[in-house]
Design a protein around this ligand. Structure first.
Ligand code: ISL
Length: 696
């Protein structure tokens, strides 16, 4: 049950969105009416519309709609209903406590947009320039990028050897998935030492050379910081086990008890209970991910100081910032209460509502920005300035603050804005994951991703951000199958279709407003793998899920179908440098099972119409034309099925055919000069994309 709480001084105004009917309805009811001081936040008398007007409330409702595949229209008749009535009517489905859980969650989040940035609806205005808004990021999965010593594992020297390839592609900032010392239960996301490189990937000296190599070429480099948990083998945890009542015991979320009853009902993302019993310490330890990944206790100031020190140490060494792993999970609800079973079933994991947007998340991030990311010392090196003509100048002055990119599963648009709005001085960018599947689908479903959802998604997203916000644009990463294959759903076996979809995705990522994050291989049209059995897979999530599905009585055929649809290993196979591989001279730690001709880096480089050249061209164009970075976005024909078009700053027209068939091209009133792609005035080819300059 919600507790009464004071409003922030001055009350607040209700945010609303331009494109959503539900949002419009809530705006009509309450728009500019300030909410009186010290009125209770949420009670059973609150309406659904009031919940929807709260940033987190809106994200939660949108997430429920997304998870169940419902349109916001479905919400309309419910807006005036009170929570009490809603709770009574849905109790048979939701079970007890759902509405109460919702109220107490919202009560714990007093954050609002300050009145001056509350206007939601694509407010025009010039965004504050920043290098990371202009940059094209490129994610490297080091284990699978380039092996230099024949042990089958990608390494830092391998990356160094490919820096010219990356500079030639034109990317501005590399992001390396974990390279810190780790037992690799979860491929480096289980850190044993935050200040050492894992031996199979090289040494600190190699890393220094890589940093220098990036900076010399005018590129920046960020690393992956796993902030939510450490490996069970980290010295802190070893000390915690040896003396659970000592200072390190409080570094982690540990609870006394008996081996048969875990402290609560939370479940792990990698199967089973989220708690692990350590008999030697007679303690339970929270581990939201693998058994060897133990959650840190961010409520302990010593932990926060350690993290800030680590960040500073790397920034001094020349690192330009961090992508922070599951950053939004760092603050857990006080008392670690049981998760609501209905929410657990809906979200696939029980307990998430108690940490995906925890009570102290914002202050902890602000503190980390201040104490860790804000530079107080000169770094060893900085990137050289890149001139428009491609030549390189002197080293740039150090960035005052290293870039903070949050990996934020479960975060929606509004909470994402709260975490990254420029004026709030928390993170710079956050990944909102709802782009990855179409509504009602999860990663383990086999289905064709209808790209019309991309259009719907970006129109909605763009309508909700202001000039104070900036978004991360991504389709692929190391945790997901390839978007190209989700859309192709098998049709990408045809090389022309594969090329067209690859170019379509590149065009969206490189011409919409936001920072593009490319994942290795996108630029050469990497697709999903034809894995044949569980023996082909390496990822702990897949291996655990396989066991879990079989134990639950699924046939091996059905279990395999799921794994093949969703395994993270699709994206983790070696980069295809040439027709015969080129990743290693030894045996790769995981074999790629997708070897169709024409889609290795060497082959792509010699085909002028390849996906690679398309990326190169668009990256260069984006750099040369700041309007493609900062210009306003106006969507054309938003209702037209299969046609996705927008202008940037009134100077550029981007048009795409989202279907696998040719279609008529809607008329455009104006002279065009097409600079990327070929534009027939009447017809669009399947999945065709073009970028044209609007003359005059
Ligand atoms: O794959 C998922 C679990 O079903 C995702 O939800 C993923 O775990 C989530 O996005 C968090 O990912 C990050 O942290 C994990 C790590 O395994 C992922 O590789 C990493 O990107 C734990 O550190």
């Amino acid at each position: 049950m919600g507790t009464p709480r004071s409003r922030p001084a001055g009350g607040r105004h209700v945010a609303s969105a331009r494109t959503s009917d539900a949002g419009t309805a809530s705006r009509r009811r309450r728009s500019s009416e300030p909410i009186p001081e010290s009125s209770p936040l949420f009670t059973p008398h609150s309406t659904i519309a009031e919940i929807y007007a709260h940033p987190l409330g809106r994200d939660i409702i949108d997430r429920i709609l997304y998870a169940t595949g419902r349109s916001p229209l479905w919400l309309r008749p419910l807006l005036s209903m009170t929570l009490g009535t809603f709770g009574r009517l849905t109790r048979r489905v939701t079970g007890p406590g759902f509405v109460e859980a919702l109220m107490s969650l919202l009560d714990s989040v007093p954050d609002r947009f300050p009145d001056d940035v509350v206007l939601v609806g694509g407010a025009p205005g010039a965004p504050e320039p920043a290098w990371w808004k202009e940059a094209v990021f490129y994610q490297i999965y080091p284990r699978s990028f380039q092996d230099s010593d024949g042990d089958g594992i990608g390494d830092l020297r391998g990356i160094v050897s490919r820096l010219d390839y990356l500079a030639d592609l034109g990317v501005d900032c590399l992001w390396l998935s974990p390279i810190f010392d780790s037992p690799n239960e979860d491929m480096g996301y289980d850190v044993r030492d935050y200040r050492a490189v894992m031996p199979e990937m090289g040494t600190l000296a190699d890393l220094d050379e890589l940093i220098e190599g990036c900076h010399q070429r005018g590129m920046r480099i960020i690393l992956d910081l796993v902030v939510n948990h450490t490996s069970v083998e980290h010295e802190w945890f070893q000390r915690a086990l040896a003396d659970p009542d000592g200072p390190y015991g409080d570094y982690y979320i540990m609870r006394p008890g008996t081996p048969d009853v875990p402290p609560n009902n939370w479940t792990s993302f990698f199967s089973g209970s989220a708690w692990r019993w350590f008999p030697e310490a007679e303690r339970w330890a929270l581990r939201l991910f693998a058994p060897g990944q133990i959650d840190l206790n961010w409520d302990n100031p010593a932990v926060r100081t350690e993290m800030a020190d680590i960040v500073r140490w790397w920034l001094d060494r020349g690192i330009d910032g961090f992508r922070m792993d599951v950053t939004n999970y760092i603050s857990k609800a006080e008392g670690l209460p049981d998760g609501n079973e209905f929410i657990g079933a809906l979200m696939e994991f029980t307990g998430v509502e108690h940490y995906f947007y925890g009570p102290k998340l914002h202050p902890y991030l602000r503190e980390l920005r201040e104490a860790g990311f804000t530079r107080t010392r000169e770094p060893r090196s900085t990137p050289r300035r890149r001139h428009d003509d491609g030549t390189l100048g002197d080293p740039l002055p150090p960035d005052p603050v290293g870039v903070m990119v949050g990996e934020t599963p479960g975060i929606g648009i509004e909470t994402g804005r709260l975490l990254t709005a420029g004026s709030r001085k928390e993170m710079d960018l956050a990944f909102v994951f709802d782009v990855l599947e179409t509504p009602g689908k999860i990663r383990w479903d086999r289905y064709r991703y209808n790209p019309n959802y991309l259009k719907e998604y970006f129109i909605e997203y763009s309508s909700r951000v202001t000039s104070d916000d900036w978004i991360a644009l991504f389709f692929d990463n190391h945790d997901n199958p390839r978007m190209l294959s989700k859309i192709g759903n098998g049709a990408e076996a045809d090389a022309a279709t594969r090329t067209a979809i690859g170019k379509l995705l590149a065009t969206i990522q490189l011409t919409l407003r936001g920072s593009p994050f490319l994942f290795q291989g996108q630029e050469i049209g990497a697709a999903n793998q034809a894995f044949t059995s569980i023996d082909d897979l390496r990822d702990i999530e897949s291996l655990n899920r396989w066991e879990e599905l079989l134990a639950a009585g699924k046939t091996p055929e059905k279990a395999w179908k799921e794994l093949l649809a969703g395994t993270r290993d699709h994206a983790r196979v070696p980069m295809r440098w040439d027709a015969s591989g080129g990743f290693t001279t030894g045996t790769a730690w995981i074999e790629g099972r997708e070897v169709s001709g024409g889609f290795s880096a060497a082959e792509q480089a010699i085909i002028p119409t390849s996906i690679f050249h398309w990326y190169k061209r668009l990256i260069a164009l984006r750099r040369a034309e700041p309007t493609l970075i900062y210009g306003d976005v106006a969507f054309l024909h938003p209702q037209a099925n299969d046609y996705f078009a927008y202008t940037r700053g009134g100077e550029w027209l981007v048009e795409m055919n989202l279907s696998d068939r040719s279609r008529r091209r809607p008329e455009f009133a104006g002279e065009l000069e097409t600079v990327v792609g070929t534009r027939d005035p009447a017809t669009m080819a399947p999945y065709e994309a073009t970028v044209s300059r609007i003359a005059g």
